[in-house]
Each structure stands twice: as C-alpha cells, then as structure tokens.
Design a protein around this ligand. Sequence first.
Ligand code: HEM
Length: 444
Amino acid sequence: MATLVTDKPQWTTAPSAYKALKEHFAQHPEELPAFTNPYDVSRSDIYVEDRWQPIFAKMRAEGPLHYIAESPFGPHWNVVGHKAIQHIESLPELFSSSWEYGGITILNRLDDEEVIARGGERFELPMFIAMDRPKHTGQRRTVAPKFTPGEITKMEGEVRQRTGELLDTLPYGEVFDWVDKVSIELTTGMLAILFDFPWEDRRLLTFWSDWAGDTELALVRDLDEQRQGILREMAGYFQMLWADRAQKEGGNDLISMMVHSPAMNQMDPQEFMGNLVLLIVGGNDTTRNTMSGIIHAFDKFPDQRKLFEENPDLIPNAVQECIRYQTPLAHMRRTATEDTEVFGNKIAKGDKLVLWYLSANRDEEVFENPDKLDITRENARRHISFGYGIHRCVGARLAELQLRILLEEMHKRRMRVHVAGDVERVRANFVHGFRKMEVELTKF
Ligand code: HEM
C-alpha cells in the first residue's frame, strides 16, 4: 500500500460538509431556500424526512414532464417517468451533459458566475461524465478496461477477504453506526485499493467526496472559499500521487494505469485530475448509500430479509432490487441544445432537464407495486440507478460485486442486522442516502 506523499493538508481540519452546512443555516436561517411550488422537488427536506414518494407519484400520474418556473436552482423541467428519462438519455447530442452548459446536476453554471463576480475564481475540473461525444468516448475508454468482467473477477478475492474481516470485527449485543463502521469503511477501502491510495488517509476520500457532491452546499456563498479550498487541496493531493506513479513503472492500480496509458498521456493535467476525482466521487457516496440502504430496506421489509436468509441464491437479484429501491443518486441533469419536443412538451434550447431516477425507479408503468422491496422481482434489473445510454455508470459492475459480496458474507455468518436507534438521512437532492444508522446484530 502506498504511503503518504504530502504534508497533511490544512483543510482536512475543516468540518465535514454536512456540519458546515448545518452550522451555516443555524446562524443564517433567513438564507434557507424558500419553496413555493409543491412540485419543486429540488427541496432537500423531502429527502431528509423521506416523504418524496407521494409527490413524485402525483407528478407521474399527471405526466412524465413538469416545468418548474422558479426554484432556488433556477427554472427547470422535472422528468419523472422511466420511459421519458431513457428517451432523453438516448439522445446525447440533443440533451447535453457538458459542463459548458451546466453539467450533470441541478446546479446552475450561474452559481459559478456569481463566485467570479464576487472576486472568487472558477474551479473547474473537467471530467468525462460532464462531456459530450467525441471527447467523452475517448476518455471513458481509457478507464473502462479497469471495469471489464475479467478485471472485476480478479478483484473478487480481495473484496471478499476485506469484507469478511470487517464483518468479523463488528460487535454483537451493542448498538453501533452501520454507516460509519461498514458502509464508509468498505467503500473508501475499495477505492483506496483501486487507486493504491495512502491507506491511513483513506477517510479523506469520504471527506472530499462529501464536499464535492453536495448540491445544497454549493448554493451557500459564505462557504465558497472553504469548499474551493478543500477541492483544490484534493486536486493537489492527486497531483502528487500522479507524479509519484509517473516515476514508477508497472503498477496495476488505476492511477498507474492511467498515467502509463498512451491515451491518458495525451490528456491535459486538469482533465486527468478531473477524471480521478470523478472516479472517487462516483464510487463513494453511491455504493456507500446502497450498503446502508440494503440494511434499512431489509429492516423495513422483514419478510424479504427472511427470504434472503432462507434463499441465498436470490442474492444477485436482491442486489439489483436494493439498488432500485434505494436509488443512491436521485437525479442527473441534461441541457437541451436545440428547441425540441418531448412527449408533447415544448423544450427550448438551453432548458435544463432534471432526470429524477428516484421517480423512474418507482414508475408504476414499469414496476409493479414499486414502493415495496421484492427481492424476487423479475424486472428489478430495469432500474435506472446507473443511468442509461453512453454515460451509463462505468463502475456498475464493481458496485454490484461489492454489494453481492457484502450480502454473501453476511449470510455466511448468519448475520441479521436490526435498525436499533437513530436513522439520519442525507439532506440533499442529489446524493440519496443515510448519514447515520444505528443498528444491532443478532444471528439468524
Ligand atoms: C451503486 C453504486 C453506483 C451508482 C448508483 C452509480 C450511479 C451512476 C450514475 C447515475 C451515473 C451517470 C449515468 C448517466 O448519466 O446516464 C454514473 C456514472 C459514472 N459512475 Fe457510477 N455509480 C455507482 C458506482 C460507481 C463506482 C463504484 C464507480 C467507480 C469506482 C463509478 C464511476 C462512475 C463514472 C466514472 C461515471 C461516468 C460515466 C460516463 O460519463 O461515461 N460509479 N454512475
């Protein structure tokens, strides 16, 4: 495992993104965004309080697209139907992912412009998730070889060993936080291995990922300086790792692979950095929140937990169903490059379309009884949690592997996890998951 290549960065002593945001709004309640439209699902309270389901269901019943003229994130379309999202994602020229139009989250590019107007600097890390063809194709191709079925199979032994070892350290008869002890530990550990990232610093990955992926935090101007400082430091840290790997031949971690691949050598350093950050952020909150989501869903549907305990053959399908049910990223965003029409709705060039995966995965037209967890569901695989089309998640197989092994190793140990205390959800409209979940273990 690699060792530390830099001094401890100054910003790592900063509070977590969550804490910073909470403290900010406690001091400035007048800045809490105001929401007037009941269909404005950009409001994060409905996610933290887990009451988004009926709002989306009502919207779906009325149609797949809804225009929100005013919101703290600016005007946008809510796309809530499974079919409509697939339709939009299958036309990447017409519906762009490019950062030049605003990228892939509900945030505005305007928010950046405001930072500059206030004398700040734009912080841009180009990443291929926020690029269109042909650039996207070339850059995706350079990292995709690390995620082929063959490569994933090679990782299985190590993932299984680490997962088993961690499960063996968990206490019985004692309440503990599953998010911290299991979900965060397993996902940051996986990424640290993938990148040969300094092991003792692996929690920095969680810290950075939280600061980078929080859409609400990006609206708070008073936190700009802190946020940008943290992101710059993250970039600096990766730059040092990159320089370190560039000097060594033959490493088979993802950074060495990228540094020594002819295609990547031609990439400018900012883009290289951006893509590293994409892999870290992409693989972090998402898998982490599914690991917590599985436990929460099994506790809510004990009949399904029993089915899993009695039928380990159902594990691969249970993984798909849990990813559907949890939907770790609530949305992705596209921007129209031309005037067009989608299912009878007139879309103007420049319009922002927010694709609510959270809603598509509960679409009654595709999933029967969608609000129920059903690990025998025949079409669970039709979930859209990994997106669709040319940007479909490159790490999907790795995430599926980690989740399958977690369930298999829990089953091997006859481990049953009960929710036994506080459950705190993420207050955000992008990352959908759990900040804390107190649990207790028994055996089945
Ligand atoms: C349950 C876990 C995960 C979920 C739900 C998830 C979800 C997503 C989604 C929704 C997208 C965008 C798809 C689109 O725009 O159509 C995406 C893209 C991406 N994800 Fe994941 N992801 C997960 C795990 C991972 C992991 C483990 C990695 C890598 C270590 C990863 C790396 C990426 C990358 C690099 C992209 C960009 C792909 C592109 O633009 O071509 N993800 N992911």
